[in-house]
Write a protein that binds this ligand. Sequence first.
Ligand code: SF4
Ligand code: SF4
Length: 366
Amino acid sequence: MRTCPHGVEDGGEAAVLDDLDPLVGALRERGFAVVGPVARDGVIRFAELGSAADLPRGLADEQAPGFYRLHERGELVFGFAASPDAVKRYTHPPRSVLFRMRGGVPEKVPPRAGKVALLGVRACDLAALAVQDRVFLGGRHPDEAYRERREALFLIAVTCAAPGGTCFCASMGTGPRPTSGFDVALTELTGPHRFLAEAGSERGAELLAALPSRPAGDADRAAAREVGAAAARMGRRVDLDGVRERLIERRESPLWDEIASRCLTCAACTMVCPTCFCVTVEDGVDLADGTAERAERWDSCFTLGFSELGGAPLRSSGAARYRQWLSHKFSTWVDQFGTYGCVGCGRCVTWCPAGIDITEELERLR
Ligand code: SF4
Ligand code: SF4
């Protein structure tokens, strides 16, 4: 099969799969742990799949600022938008050991990455992965642990069939249809239920060629185009025109204090954000077995200690910390990495306990 990430649009090759079980089985045979969405505790999370039967068929989500609910609706397997788990959990985990000593002797740290196939990755998360590639691999000191984990990934993307209430990937130019950065892309179709599959890499093509499938016909392609077009009509949007300069000009705006009066500085937005990458380093000693280890774990520009310098935080107010976060995402990130630090996934809006909506705050900063 020719690998063509734009198959539906340009008439490239695509196959129709009636069932995802052979795909899951073939990946497991190739030594991958297959990780995909499952419904757990009222939320869609990523977890290892035993088979395609573990996928959350017939569930849809409702997302709004500070609000998330799952409902039984329809027959789709991927009928929901971004969940709190982003791909960064697998490339840049919440905690990772940097080195370990026992009795003063360095010990081998367990392997950092096994082969993981991620099933159901959204276009916004592929864009976030590209952002993180620049952050971790693009500078003079590439992060080799990130590289190992990144290279161990096999990515099966899915076109979002229904935008979440907080999504704005269409404004950021990152979705809803995956166009690059995947091994296989699926578009879920109904009437009858099936998946249009396109390869985005040689190994993706090799995998698809090994699965029971039939060539996609005109009706399958038309249905896939419809899914992508419908999902692009999302409720939230951001006007990027002049946003970078505006955030610099408005750095003394009273609006920062007003936002801070609602912000709890809880850091939830940075934990769920697929591009946030800040860490702190901690040392620990286990007196029972005599080991000492140094680990890095996720940190956030919303914590007071994050900007501590010379015994005092540089950003002591909530206003300063929110301004830092928003300005970094839409302004200084561009200076640093040549791209925005936001991909429009909407997670920070959904999971903010105060319901603070960055699309609204950016609009108010006009
Ligand atoms: S914006 Fe919301 S999620 Fe982020 S720190 Fe403030 S209260 Fe927490
Ligand atoms: S800033 Fe918010 S909407 Fe943008 S990528 Fe991060 S979590 Fe998603």
